[in-house]
Design a protein. Structure first.
Length: 336
């Protein structure tokens, strides 16, 4: 399968490392991936016979100096249109406008190319349009990594609860805020906890999307639209971040409870509400066990009742694995 990779941040580099490490395992499973182009914000490395991924990691570190296969100014969008491929893996950063990822995904689907993405922005801005475009062109758009990294959410719903109805969802979907709250529980102030999160690599220097609840709200929109076939937008989510969470955490400690930045989707009759805010969680709730940078989700089904899933989050390689797993799904389906 010929693959185009767009974006060369931490998740993309981790994905490349996984593809190198698991090459033989993938091949023996019937999944052979040839990366024919890799685009970053400045240009594109391309080889229609397949790029050497070790060279990509090496020359990217060296700012592409001396790498003849890298064309500066050759955009990802042009590469999508020009280069023959089966699958586009879109891993650029999420933005409020959805761009440039939105244009990358639209172009790929319109050209009959499957898409796998970890980019939340395009799905928040144009979820219904993108899903209809994929269906129209008979290709797949998979996005497991957009919500809670490698926590199995969409694959679980697709496979295990087809005949059941989801009445509500409660989740901890942002690792950064969960880490910060854990540091406050340990006695740090909000500012000290935030600085520790940045120092430890949990938070970016531009941390506002995380601490203000925007990242979590994006994930709520994607999950709600997937479950209920709706077309919610970011403005449909009631959002409160954690900048003022310190006194709540102190009070919760006194009551032997925990504070979490809780993501909630609730369906009552035909009304669906979406919410992200700090909430007090009792210790007998399984979500109270999701600590530090970990993430988890609790589904309440009409018949199956409560199903809880969580996973430890240690590094971008876990998000990259969720991307790789979607790539494998496309490849195996394509081979059917």
């Amino acid at each position: 399968m010929k693959v185009q990779l767009i974006g060369l941040g931490n998740v993309s580099r981790s994905l490349i490392e996984l593809l190198i490490k698991e090459k033989e395992c993938l091949r023996s499973s019937g999944c052979s991936f040839e990366i024919v182009s890799v685009s970053d914000s400045r240009g594109t490395a391309l080889d229609e016979n397949g790029l050497n991924l070790k060279e990509i990691l090496k020359y990217k570190k060296e700012d592409w100096a001396g790498f003849i296969k890298y064309k500066e100014g050759y955009s990802a969008l042009k590469a999508i249109k020009d280069i023959k491929s089966d699958l586009v893996v879109e891993l650029t950063q999420s933005t409020l406008s959805g761009e440039p990822g939105l244009s990358h995904i639209k172009s790929s689907l319109s050209l009959g190319k499957h898409v796998v993405t970890s980019n939340k922005g395009p799905l928040v801005v144009s979820f219904k349009e993108l899903m209809e475009l994929a269906e129209k062109n008979k290709v797949r758009l998979l996005y497991e990594a957009t919500v809670a990294a490698h926590v199995p959410i969409f694959c679980l719903l697709d496979s295990c609860f087809i005949a059941d109805e989801i009445l509500s969802v409660e989740g901890i979907f942002n690792a950064t805020t969960n880490f910060i709250i854990g540091e406050i529980e340990a006695g740090r102030s909000f500012k000290e906890a935030l600085n520790q999160a940045i120092k430890a690599g949990w938070a970016e220097a531009n941390y506002s999307d995380d601490v203000d609840g925007i990242d979590a709200a994006r994930k709520v929109v994607i999950l709600a639209n997937t479950i209920y076939k709706t077309d919610f937008k970011l403005e449909d989510v009631r959002v409160e971040g954690i900048r003022n969470v310190e006194p709540l955490v102190r009070n919760a400690n006194k009551l032997n409870k925990k504070i979490k930045l809780l993501c909630e989707i609730k369906k009552i009759d035909d009304k669906i509400s979406l919410n992200v805010s700090p909430k007090m969680i009792p210790h007998d709730d399984p979500l109270s066990t999701v600590n530090q940078g970990d993430m988890g989700v609790k589904f309440h089904f009409k018949n199956s009742q409560n199903i809880f899933v969580s996973a430890q989050f240690k590094s971008p390689i876990q998000t990259a694995y969720a991307v790789l797993n979607d790539m494998i799904k496309v490849a195996l389906c394509n081979n059917c």
